[in-house]
Design a protein around this ligand. Structure first.
Ligand SMILES: [Zn+2]
Ligand SMILES: [Zn+2]
Ligand SMILES: [Zn+2]
Length: 101
């Protein structure tokens, strides 16, 4: 039943690169929720957002682990294993984060 994620060992302490979705901020687009890449600190938007930039970032970079970046989340998701888990630590936000909902 419970799959194991072998990428957890590679979860890094990252500094968020931007206050919101990097791509959406460039294009003036909006997002619903944010996802933080725990490999490099890229901030992207979730799959319910028009841009789906967090998933696009995974496809572009193969960085497997994201963190839910809307407070007070702190869960992790592995794109490769497709499982949720509790992250051992949460990344402090670089606020204030723009919101559109
Ligand atoms: Zn994994
Ligand atoms: Zn986006
Ligand atoms: Zn990344």
């Amino acid at each position: 039943m419970s799959k194991e994620c072998l990428h957890l060992a590679h979860v890094a302490n990252v500094i968020p690169g931007t206050r919101g979705c990097e791509e959406c901020l460039k294009t003036g687009s909006t997002w619903l929720h944010l996802r933080l890449c725990r490999s490099c600190g890229h901030v992207g938007c979730c799959d319910q957002s028009p841009g789906r930039h967090a998933t696009a970032h995974f496809h572009a970079t193969q960085h497997p682990i994201i963190e839910g970046y809307d407070p007070p989340e702190g869960w992790g998701w592995c794109y490769v294993d497709e499982i949720f888990f509790e992250l051992p630590n949460q990344t402090p936000q670089k606020g204030p984060i723009p919101r559109f909902y």
